[in-house]
Write a protein that binds this ligand. Structure first.
Ligand SMILES: [Zn+2]
Length: 248
């Protein structure tokens, strides 16, 4: 037996053997992972682009989101809290984290990063009174095809970390619209506006809407608008995502 294998326990030996047959790769840079690394290599871990948005009630994402939900007739909305775990731009390998969760069925990997988001939010005082975690819904045909809703995978981990119930029943997406991927900001916003329907029981005080990525904020704003239609302004609505897209 290889002396390296002789020193390893059974679980690690199995992983070593599996790695020989099919090496595991870093989600960010694609480099082969060593035995102690899970999903991300040490170098990419060291450079992990945390936003630290959860540390402050006012941040770039919250400002952007609040600008989106401003009501034109002058009705004052409460300033919404918003946070994402990490930044990425189009050149960054970190974009693979939400992408592989959404398109490549990498739910275990997605959960690892979703737990980090949950732990970060649980450490922030302004998210501690969240009493409903609501994933951005998919139209049922899309969910059926993919087998899961990526936003719900993230929301499950966030809800567990916050000790708050997951309420996937608060929001539905009854209308199916064309894919958002290629649309520009303006057509994304009109494409998604009015796509969601909400149903919230009485007694909820702080709703947290969860999605995979904040790009223009149009999807979250449409969810916000649907929820706001059925809850009074005293009910706080916040948003959280795994990633925040930086355009530079
Ligand atoms: Zn890496």
């Amino acid at each position: 037996m290889d002396p390296l294998f002789a020193k390893l326990d059974l679980k690690t030996s199995c992983r070593a053997l599996a790695d020989l047959l099919m090496p595991r790769l870093c989600v960010v840079c694609g480099q082969v992972l060593n035995l102690r690394e899970d999903y991300i290599c040490m170098g990419c871990e060291m450079d992990f682009p945390y936003t630290h948005f959860w540390e402050s009630t006012h941040n770039a994402m919250a400002d952007e989101f609040n600008a989106r939900i401003l009501v034109p007739d002058g009705v004052h909305e409460r300033y919404c809290y918003a946070a994402a775990l990490f930044f990425y731009n189009s050149q960054s390998g970190y974009k693979n984290i939400p992408r592989q969760l959404k398109y490549n069925f990498k739910t275990a990997q997605g959960r690892l990063f979703a737990r980090r988001l949950g732990d970060a939010l649980a450490g922030a005082e302004h998210f501690l009174d969240v009493d409903a975690v609501v994933p951005v819904p998919l139209h049922w045909t899309r969910r059926w095809k993919r087998g899961y809703n990526q936003a719900e995978v993230i929301a499950e981990e966030v809800a567990a970390a916050l000790g708050a119930p997951l309420r996937a029943d608060f929001l539905k997406k009854p209308r199916r619209r064309s894919s958002q991927v290629a649309a520009d900001a303006q057509s994304r916003a009109s494409n998604i506006s009015g796509a969601f329907k909400a149903n919230v029981p009485e007694g909820v005080r702080h709703i947290l809407i969860v999605d995979d990525t904040f790009t223009t904020g149009s999807t979250l704003a449409a969810c916000y608008a649907a929820l706001r239609e059925c809850v009074p302004c005293q009910v706080r609505i916040s948003v959280a995502t795994l990633a925040f897209v930086k355009n530079n």
